[in-house]
Design a protein around this ligand. Structure first.
Ligand SMILES: Nc1ncnc2c1ncn2[C@@H]1O[C@H](COP(=O)(O)OP(=O)(O)OP(=O)(O)O)[C@@H](O)[C@H]1O
Ligand SMILES: [Mg+2]
Length: 295
């Protein structure tokens, strides 16, 4: 069965998208079948992986983006998955095994204009459609915006695990705290829609520190995060095994450059990746391995 994981924090800009894209690529490189679902209307992950030209076509036509699955009779997830999404200039496949459910800017309409059947909220529609393709994957990852509004709810409701990207600062800790509160409320409100076969609602399994500057001492923010995790664990508000991931991702220019190149860092420079054991590429590899072990 696929492991379904949301990357979410109530704090924006902590590196959710960078982490999910680069970790998804690292998992695919390790031979895992990965589906990345973009639930952020900013479409950062989709633009990054498709590059602007391919993404523009979807955005202009409105066809093939995740919002269309909520329109009855229009499209289903299985129709909009872009297989082996990373392509080179000649259309050659650069990373087999990494698929994408893309989004475009119209996903914002899910929050306001959307008037669906109240008995079938978007997260239920998404969950049921995802079930049709789940067997094709080892990992299904959800890139969520920094809230639990309707788009995020699709990822959270379908997930078995929640990972919280964080920077070593006070605002990330506040974002994490708020997330745990909001998750609890969301699970209460949606309990009647859960089937027994779905298992227990997803709780936070881990916090991943990202963008750690060389030479910076993050012991104090890490300790504060650990204390908060311990409190939540005692109150059974996060998973009993919830932890701070051993792997932390360093701050590196290549992460920012990779976006402009339309590649995950693992593909930006294969040669330097192989040569250097001490690089951000290895951080992502280690994180992918730690996530695999966590399962
Ligand atoms: N390890 C890193 N090293 C250097 N820059 C990074 C790293 N991780 C993320 N960044 C940069 O930080 C910025 C925010 O990252 P990103 O867009 O991934 O955050 P986010 O949490 O997804 O934001 P949002 O809340 O808007 O969705 C981007 O400019 C990104 O390139
Ligand atoms: Mg993002």
């Amino acid at each position: 069965m696929a492991r379904k994981i949301s990357f979410i924090n109530y704090k924006g800009g902590v590196g959710k998208t960078s982490l999910i894209v680069n970790t998804a690529a690292a998992l695919a490189k390790l031979g895992k079948r990965v589906l990345l679902c973009d639930f952020d209307t900013q479409s950062n992950a989709s633009i990054w992986l498709l590059k602007l030209d391919r993404w523009n076509k979807i955005n202009a036509s409105g066809e093939g983006a995740v919002y269309s699955i909520f329109d009855p009779g229009k499209a289903k997830i299985k129709d909009i998955i872009i297989k082996d999404v990373l392509e080179g200039k000649e259309g050659e496949k650069l990373l087999p095994g990494l698929d994408l459910v893309p989004t475009t800017f119209n996903l914002v309409d899910l929050e306001n204009e959307f008037t669906g059947d109240p008995k079938r909220p978007p997260y239920l529609v998404f969950y049921e459609q995802l079930a049709e393709v789940e067997a094709n994957y080892d990992f299904i990852l959800f890139d969520c915006p920094p809230n639990i509004l309707r788009a995020s709810q699709c990822g959270v409701f379908s997930s078995n695990e929640i990972y919280v990207p964080a920077n070593p600062d006070a605002l990330s800790l506040i974002g994490f705290t708020l997330l745990v509160e909001k998750l609890g409320k969301f699970h209460q409100l949606t309990a009647s829609f859960r089937k027994a076969s779905m298992g227990v609602p997803a709780q936070v399994q881990g916090v991943i520190f990202n963008s750690i500057k060389a030479g910076s001492d993050i012991e104090v923010p890490k300790m504060r995060m650990q204390l908060r995790l311990n409190q939540f664990r005692s109150a059974k508000r996060v998973a009993p095994t919830a932890k701070i991931f051993e792997t932390q991702i360093r701050d590196a220019m290549i992460v920012r450059r990779a976006v402009a190149l339309g590649l995950p860092v693992i593909l930006v420079s294969q040669e330097s990746a192989e040569a250097s054991q001490d690089s951000v590429i290895n951080d992502y590899r280690r994180l992918a391995s730690e996530i695999i072990r966590q399962g």
